[in-house]
Design a protein around this ligand. Structure first.
Ligand code: GLY
Length: 432
């Protein structure tokens, strides 16, 4: 069977790698892919992620299943358009994808279904005076969010009155966020540690994958600006069995039931960003796709046929299959270009890829890379990630960092503390 993955980041390289492990030996196509997917799968040029550009590729290459990696095409309704043509798709339709595409929608949805999350109010951009007065009355700490998609940069945590005013200026002037801040959500600040929960659903049945923890800030000890994610590990020890049970009962079940009840059964992977507070798990946000780089840590832990997982979800028969997960630990460390998440140079030659990928239980997942003859060059902010698996988190981290030490390009940056919180939790056996 031929499978097309839409996207070109590290998550999509990990998806391609997972599919290529399937005993069913699928033909794997990635559009547009990157220098990591090129040698193992077939990269396809993609003019845009609109159905008019995707459908000809599906036809030309006899694609039977499409896996949509990033959020934008899901929010734009690509899955619906493909399903209208009777193509199997892994990924939610436009209605359900609003769970990520509109924070105003997702907060109101959580209210309707009693799902624990931070208290909030939503304002239209035109309600500037009311919004400013409300935010001032709440004071710091406070979280301000652009309701629409903002490439992971739409949530601003304000720790002082001045930061609130600066964030409001940015959200209201529309220059940075455009239409994404037509609606603005003001949220209570939640104290705790974050964790990521991934649930594959076919609309009726669902499977929980290993939990993970991302590292969003660019610098060690969670300093500096937010990024797409600088590293992840799985499973996350903070998600103890009790915490996972609570999150399942209070969040996963009512979310999937609520979506189905409202006429938009969820098909794809639901990513629940959680805050583990003293009062239990709370939803920080929903995403309608795999996390990046969480996927690079989680997918290597699926020990049953990954193709069967995605296909069974797309064919709405998830309840009939047995999904197996390894009991190993997984760690993934991202290497970024100097300057990321601000501006950075591209086109720098990358050395050491071959050596790193030959290490035992170690995978090099490309993200912003491009093949230039025999040379692989940088082509993005997050350039690649080294993901490694071992019996315990410490071993997985040691392996991932050995891989990182072998790869180099001018200005390469990475965090040196990925997994530190996870190690503390596993050593102390404590929850918070
Ligand atoms: N790593 C965070 C995200 O994928 O949104």
């Amino acid at each position: 069977m031929n499978v097309l993955i839409i996207g070109g980041g590290g998550r999509e390289h990990a998806l391609a790698w997972a599919l290529l492990r399937s005993p069913r030996k699928p033909g794997v196509f990635v559009a547009p892919g990157n220098a990591g997917t090129g040698p193992v799968a077939t990269n396809l040029d993609l003019a845009s992620t609109r159905a008019e550009d995707v459908l000809p590729l599906v036809e030309e290459h006899g694609i039977e299943l499409v896996i949509i990696g990033p959020e934008q095409p899901l929010v734009d309704g690509l899955a619906d358009r493909l399903r209208e043509e009777d193509i199997l798709v892994f990924g939610p339709g436009r209605d359900a994808a609003r769970i990520e595409g509109s924070k105003a929608f997702s907060k109101a949805f959580m209210d309707r279904h009693d799902i624990p999350t931070a208290k909030y109010r939503t304002f239209r951009r035109s309600d500037e005076d009311e919004l400013r007065a409300y935010a001032a009355s709440k004071g710091a700490p406070l979280v301000l969010k652009a309701s629409g998609l903002a490439a992971g940069k739409g949530a601003i945590v304000c720790m002082s009155r001045r930061e609130i005013e600066e964030a409001l200026d940015e959200l209201l002037d529309g220059e940075r966020f455009g239409a994404a801040s037509d609606e603005i959500v003001v949220e209570q600040f939640m104290e705790g540690e974050e964790a990521s929960l991934f649930v594959v659903s076919d609309g009726t049945s669902w499977v929980i994958l290993p939990t993970a923890q991302d590292h969003k800030r660019i610098g060690d000890d969670d300093t500096g600006p937010n990024t797409g994610g600088m590293g992840a590990y799985a499973p996350a020890p903070i998600m103890t069995p009790d915490m996972l049970t609570l999150a399942t009962e209070q969040i996963v079940v009512p979310t999937l039931r609520g979506l189905a009840h409202e006429g938009m059964p969820y098909n794809g992977v639901l990513y629940v960003g959680l805050m583990i507070t003293d009062d239990g798990p709370r939803v920080v946000e929903y995403n309608c796709r795999f996390g990046d780089p969480e996927a690079q840590a989680i997918l290597p832990l699926i020990s049953s046929d990954p193709l069967e997982l995605f296909l069974a979800a797309a064919e709405e028969r998830l309840g009939e299959i047995d999904v197996k997960v390894s009991d190993m630990a997984s760690a993934c460390v991202v290497i970024a270009s100097e300057g990321y998440p601000g501006s950075y140079r591209k086109g720098l030659p990358i050395k050491g890829l071959q050596m790193a990928s030959q290490l035992p239980n170690t995978l090099v997942f490309h993200a912003g890379t491009v093949q230039d003859g025999p040379v692989v060059r940088t082509a993005g902010g997050r350039v690649l990630a080294v993901s490694a698996q071992a019996r315990g988190l410490q071993g997985a981290l040691a392996r991932a960092y050995t891989g990182i030490s072998l790869i180099n390009f001018e200005g390469a940056c990475h965090r040196t503390d990925i997994g530190k919180k996870g190690l503390l939790h596993s050593m102390s056996g404590q929850k918070g």
